[in-house]
Design a protein around this ligand. Structure first.
Ligand code: ATP
Ligand code: MG
Length: 343
């Protein structure tokens, strides 16, 4: 592939279902906020993105609409992707978006070729000439410090908000990959259904996420401290019978049971991926183990859980929620070095 002159700034974007992260060369990660935007319905203009928009969830009047442009790892609205990228980049670059020379954008792997082309087109529309789309698992592996360019095989499992992505990498490429919708958002929805059924309480998505982050665990033999730390969560919601506000006490034990049930699918795909890995790479996986990244890889007990089901060593990314954007940064550096080397 002919390399273009990398003029101006290099930028890397992790366009995740839950979080949008933007790295700018020379400045670092300058944006790390929820992938949410708030739009004025009448004027069809964006009024807030990220944290600001997220604080409006469930509290907006009918003139403002809250939009998540990516849902379940797929593009739910390409125009809204354009809006969130444009609004955020404009916030960072103050109308100088065209100073971006090279852009690497990591997107969930389930996105179709048509959607990929649409994303490239819209970034060209913003005046960005050199745009590269990268797979999330590849960027995550690089971001975690794996040397994926050797003939050694590595298995990366990225458990994010919309999807869990499985990728076997070797010689710098994704040899095998799979993406499923069992991830953070799905766990939240399962918590909502469970609380409704077991406690006759209606709770919102934000409460469900707080319950997950406070109580989730995957093994029953965690250290006592870990067990006691957040044994219960007092959730506020609406009583299904009376319709009045009510509080219910949710326990770590019931959330663990629910989560173990949700993880059955992740377990099945992990095993299927190991089984489908070409034999010459499968041996490497036994030595190199599995690398977990993504926000949900922070669930206590996840390492022990994966080691028990796979019998291979499991490593957790040091910075699971920034691994992808960290990988973008390294990819941009490698790209620049490669270009300079060919001058
Ligand atoms: N400490 C934690 N324990 C459990 N889950 C967590 C924790 N912190 C964040 N999460 C969950 O991680 C998910 C977000 O992870 P991440 O930022 O990796 O997703 P994403 O990259 O935006 O999504 P995707 O890669 O699926 O498009 C959310 O569901 C969030 O609730
Ligand atoms: Mg992600």
């Amino acid at each position: 592939m002919k390399k273009k002159l990398l003029k101006n700034l290099a930028v890397g974007i992790d366009l995740g279902t839950s979080n949008l992260l933007i790295y700018v060369e020379g400045e670092g990660t300058v944006f790390n906020e929820p992938s949410i935007l708030a739009m004025d319905i009448a004027t069809k203009t964006v009024v807030a993105v990220g944290k600001e928009a997220s604080s409006l969830v469930g509290k907006t009047h009918d003139k403002v609409k809250i939009i998540k442009p990516l849902q379940g790892g797929v593009v739910s609205d390409i125009d809204m992707i354009k809006e969130i990228l444009f609004f955020t980049l404009e916030k960072i670059f103050q109308s100088k978006i065209n100073t971006i020379g090279t852009l690497i954008i990591c997107i969930p792997s389930e996105i179709t070729d048509t959607e990929k082309s649409a994303i490239i087109e819209l970034t060209h529309g913003l005046g960005i000439g050199d745009v590269l789309i990268e797979e999330e698992v590849k960027a995550a592996a690089i971001g975690c410090g794996l040397d994926i360019h050797t003939p050694q095989g590595h298995l990366v499992v990225d458990i994010g908000g919309g999807t869990t992505d499985f990728g076997v990498l070797s010689l710098g490429e994704v040899v095998l990959s799979k993406s499923i919708k069992t991830a953070g958002d799905y766990f939240d929805k399962q918590i909502i259904d469970h609380v409704k059924e077991a406690h006759k309480l209606e709770i919102g998505l934000q409460t469900a996420e707080k319950i997950k982050i406070s109580l989730a665990s995957l093994t029953g033999n965690l250290p006592v401290d870990e067990e006691n730390k957040n044994l219960q969560y007092k959730a506020m919601g609406r009583d299904l019978v009376s319709g009045l506000p009510k509080e219910a006490t949710i326990t770590a034990k019931e959330i663990r049971k629910l989560l173990l049930y949700c993880f059955e699918n992740i377990k099945a795909v992990t095993i299927a991926t190991l089984e489908a890995t070409p034999p010459e790479l499968a041996g490497d996986l036994v030595d190199n183990g599995i690398l977990l990244s993504g926000g949900c890889s922070q669930i206590p007990g996840i390492k022990e859980y994966f080691e028990k089901i796979t019998h291979v060593p499991v490593h957790i990314s040091e910075s699971p929620m920034t691994a992808v954007v960290d990988g973008c940064k390294k990819l941009l550096k490698a790209e620049k070095k490669y270009y300079l080397g060919t001058l």
